[in-house]
Design a protein around this ligand. Sequence first.
Ligand code: NAD
Length: 419
Amino acid sequence: MSDDVNPFESLQEQVDDAAKYVDVGEDTLERLKNPERVLEANLTVELDDGSLSVFRAYRSQFNGDRGPYKGGIRYHPGVSRDEVKALSGWMVYKCAVVDIPYGGGKGGIVIDPIDYSESELERITRSFATELRPFIGQDKDIPAPDVNTGQREMNWIKDTYETLEGTTEPGVITGKAIDSGGSRGRVEATGRSTMLTAREAFDYLGMDMTGATVAVQGYGNAGSVAAKLLESELGASVVAVSDSSGAIYDPAGLDTHAVKEYKNETGSVTGYEDASEELTNEELLTMDVDLLVPAALENAIDAELAREVGADVIVEAANGPLTPDADDVLTERDVYVFPDILANAGGVTVSYFEWVQNRQRFYWTEERVNEELERHIVEAFEGLIDAYEEHDLPNFRTAAYVVAIQRVLNAYDESGTWP
Ligand code: NAD
């Protein structure tokens, strides 16, 4: 894991790499590499003991050429201005690669939520929603969950917004609970698109998924669902999983469902009795497996670790889990990497379905959600392969960016110049 790599610089490097294959001038390229605006707020909130605390919060609106800004809100001590800028840029290209009508945004609060009570978190969230209110809306900017936020926080933000605006507008935010206007299939969507990307990737590479060995780093929402679906729908054998407490390993395959229940009860995967061994996260990332799914945070694999990676294929459930140097090493070593902006796009794609349902006030079955999601991911995968083959590109990440940048550029060019 590398803490030295600035994720915003990684994003800019990824855009530069792909821009070599797209007809774009230097001036327009600058636009594709920088956010349109970043809101920085200091939230002053009363804690349960009556004292006041100030929390730094951000919202970056990177690019709105293809539609309203869209992207999650993260609660983590590592949130920074540059991290939020990077994540908002990745959202632009993610929405473009799966061809949904959004731009990209991202927000976060510098906080470790574990240190605060539920009522404190509610006040902190409502304070952030109050700051965000003038800038968000179903046609302006639509936040969603990310690391350490979920339905509860989305419901609070929706309620704050609607109360202040004196309206009902569930489409202002996605990732809500079902009874508050959420979509069926949303909770599983990111893990599902990771599974679908892995399925298509193995098929394209002529590899068999049945019995394939899988290691998953990060057993949260994205990672645990991906593991469960790889096992239950594709017959893969998930031999190792991890979280911030460490990793567990069983060469015969772990029961992904039981591990999740164990983590829900105890808060971590380590200590799970039916695993044969405990490993470090580094050992998990370098295991000799068919498929590695990084599903934790950015920069999990740097160039040094990339030289030790034993997997044949990596499908990125997390955003930005590889540094650009790691990418170069893996390309050189013929390890196939299927990028985050496709693999984890299920979350934002089903968020889009949620927004469509909110606007129509007509709600879909889970079956319909999953079918539409599969169609979007498979079509996006095919588009990426077409670009990869047509331009003879060095890797699949560059292919994804070539497709996405071209779509953003088209929207920008078609809009003309103002003023
Ligand atoms: P989450 O909080 O549910 O899970 C994150 C997991 O990673 C936790 O189990 C945590 O213990 C683990 N973790 C943290 N640091 C770790 C480390 N150093 N080593 C191993 N494990 C570690 O978060 P999530 O929603 O699953 O998000 C995970 C990643 O997926 C993030 O990069 C996020 O941006 C991305 N993502 C999530 C969604 C979504 O819909 N949830 C959508 C798109 C992208």
